[in-house]
Write a protein that binds this ligand. Structure first.
Ligand SMILES: C[S@@+](CC[C@H](N)C(=O)[O-])C[C@H]1O[C@@H](n2cnc3c(N)ncnc32)[C@H](O)[C@@H]1O
Length: 247
């Protein structure tokens, strides 16, 4: 199953509401309170799905938010809620915006599913203004060595994959982004998985199967959960700042 199809199915099931990730708007709020953007600040949401965060940023915080996602189906869900939502068809690896155009960029659970985490981070750094903030929330591997990484990739995962905290910090630094906040939010991941399990027709086996057992084939939930537990996956919230270059 293609990466975007998994989220299109999840959105259609209604199992997690408007937002297709752990933590919901509480994590978005946490990042916002750390960053204190003035009203009118320009915010880009990369991998915005059905546009739940974009809608929230505009209506509750008066931010000038725009979302991009490679799924026309998910963008259409957003437009059906409000045809004025600014949603653009694009991938995080190839953002259709000029350099230094955004004060903040959100990437909420979309980095691990992208084809290239490096290219997405490079594009985020490029479009951020100097001193601008990148808000990331995503899965991460909590074993110190990264052991178990291969067996617990979400079936939705592209080559971006799940990283350890150290791996991500190094990648961010390579793109001129310095970590200012890192919080473990693994409780949100547990709650999200429980939400999926309890949803009618349990969407969880599609969402997260070990890759060596066939993606989304279902029917091996016990093994899946054993493998997931062994790799200690967690969820994090991170805010990084684009370094100011002195010439
Ligand atoms: C876990 S969902 C999160 C969606 C949204 N951020 C939210 O909070 O509901 C992952 C999203 O990443 C999108 N995606 C997949 N590949 C991507 C890519 N290469 N660049 C940007 N987004 C991508 C999917 O279409 C999906 O909407």
């Amino acid at each position: 199953m293609a990466t975007t199809e998994i989220y299109e199915e999840l959105a259609a099931s209604g199992a997690t509401g408007l937002l297709l990730r752990p933590g919901g708007l509480a994590l978005t709020e946490r990042a916002l309170s750390f960053c204190s953007f003035p009203s009118g600040a320009r915010i880009l949401d990369v991998g915005c799905g059905a546009g739940g965060t974009v809608e929230y940023l505009i209506s509750h915080h008066r931010l000038r938010a725009v979302g991009v996602d490679p799924s026309p189906v998910l963008l259409e869900y957003g437009r059906r809620r409000s045809d004025r939502l600014p949603l653009v068809l694009a991938t995080g690896e190839d953002l259709p915006f000029a350099d230094s155009e955004w004060d903040g960029v959100f990437v909420e659970c979309s980095l691990s599913v992208a084809n290239s985490a490096d290219r997405v981070l490079g594009e985020c750094a490029r479009v951020l203004t100097e001193g601008g903030r990148l808000m990331l929330s995503d899965l991460y591997i909590r074993t110190a060595s990264g052991a178990g990484k291969d067996c617990c990739l979400p079936s939705s995962s592209g080559n971006g994959g799940i990283m350890t905290r150290e791996e991500l910090t190094v990648k961010l630094k390579a793109h001129g982004l310095e970590v200012m906040l890192w919080e473990d939010e693994s409780r949100a991941l547990k709650e999200f998985v429980a939400q999926l399990i309890l949803s009618p027709g349990s969407a969880v086996s599609h969402f997260w199967c070990p890759i060596d057992q066939g993606k989304g084939s279902g029917g091996e939930l016990t093994t899946t959960f054993e493998l997931i537990a062994g790799a200690k996956p967690g969820y994090f919230l991170c805010v990084a700042q684009k370094l100011v270059l002195h010439s």
